[in-house]
Design a protein. Structure first.
Length: 359
């Protein structure tokens, strides 16, 4: 297969130093390797010309059965995030056709802006494609032959010694920093407001009802691992109704609850206990799956568990444990209660006898 020079997006500008070396080195290609912690799962990285990215994205989207969620990485002014790191957002699961239709007018801006990354994923089926702000395509999949065929159809060769733009001195540019003459043709009709990533990323977040995700919760479960978890939950009557849910979503739900507690939980005792049941389910899976997968899940929720443990008061006392499940490990999440309690939660705890009202 003939090697093709890399057509870089407008938002990545290579410095003129060693220009000849850059031109010789930056060529389209892909490489892949098997993931160490996921059996029969592969990680791909690829350098593809800007004009090919949307086509690859759309073809890859055809591999999803019905639904997928959108991933967005962008920088937000005035946010609490580290200014040197982009914030990550996920959408809920959306029918793939609807997702692609709504995303169509945004594709050129997402591809060419030097401060934006985006992707599509379905955790339940072990599929993810992401186009980073460094303009590198990455993919997680259990079917490496299919992805190799996809690369071949776009004339992107296997290249074990692939070079990336970040190996050379370069600049990241926002679209509004570019002159009209240097904008790709699909972007020429847009004004500066529509070209501003702060604006169009905000529009995407609103359009797809996206929510922020802690960077520490970046993980990948293969389809085989998800199938193992589904079989285990199906065999437990208490959890059978949740067996087909995306287990990754359940881990994200636990993290969201922990963050809510850190800000001040607004619900009452019933709502609080319902959220603890999410951690019960995760623990049941941890104690039921093979050790490598159990350790992988524990690593994903480690930070959330630590944050929750640090918020607990009165650990000498504990909430009643569920009667329909037994844990091998001590369920720390039932020890004590969180410190930042709503009026409703504190009132319910008093009614339950947790606190003795002052006389």
């Amino acid at each position: 297969m003939e090697k093709v020079l890399f057509e870089n997006p407008a938002g990545i500008r290579m410095r003129p130093l060693n220009k000849t070396r850059i031109q010789k080195s930056l060529r389209e290609g892909y490489m892949f390797s098997q993931l160490e912690d996921s059996e029969n799962c592969y990680f791909f990285s690829a350098l593809a010309g800007a004009s090919k990215v949307e086509k690859i994205f759309r073809e890859f989207a055809g591999y999803f059965p019905d639904e997928a969620f959108l991933i967005l990485e962008c920088y937000q002014h005035g946010s609490k995030q580290n200014a040197a790191q982009p914030a990550t957002f996920y959408s809920p699961y959306i029918p793939v056709e609807d997702l692609l239709c709504d995303l169509t007018p945004f594709f050129p801006r997402l591809i060419h802006d030097g401060f934006v990354g985006f992707g599509i994923a379905n955790n339940r089926f072990g599929l993810e494609l992401f186009y980073s702000e460094d303009k590198i395509l990455t993919c997680f999949t259990g079917n490496h032959i299919r992805y190799m065929d996809l690369m071949g159809r776009h004339n992107i060769p296997f290249e074990p010694l692939l070079c990336y733009p970040d190996e050379f001195t370069h600049d990241h540019l926002s679209l509004i920093a570019l002159s009209k003459e240097s904008l790709p043709s699909p972007l020429e009709p847009l004004n500066d407001v529509d070209l501003d990533s702060q604006k169009f990323c905000s529009d995407l977040i609103d359009l797809f009802e996206m929510y922020p995700v802690d960077e520490s919760l970046s993980f990948f479960l293969s389809k085989k691992e998800q199938d193992q978890i589904e079989d285990i939950l199906t065999g437990k009557p208490l959890y059978k109704g949740l067996a087909k849910e995306d287990f990754g979503d359940l881990m994200l739900d636990w993290n969201i609850f922990v963050e809510e507690c850190a800000q001040g939980f607004e619900g009452g005792l019933w709502e609080y206990r319902q959220n603890l049941k999410c951690r019960d389910l995760i623990q049941y899976v941890i104690e039921s799956v093979p050790l490598p997968l159990a350790e992988k899940i524990l690593n994903v929720i480690e930070d959330s568990d630590h944050k929750f443990y640090e918020q607990l008061l009165d650990r000498r006392k504990g909430l009643d444990l569920p009667e329909d499940i037994y844990f091998q490990a001590k369920p720390f999440w039932y020890e004590g209660v969180i410190s930042r309690q709503s009026i409703n939660l504190r009132r319910d705890l008093i009614k339950s006898g947790w606190y003795q009202p002052a006389i």
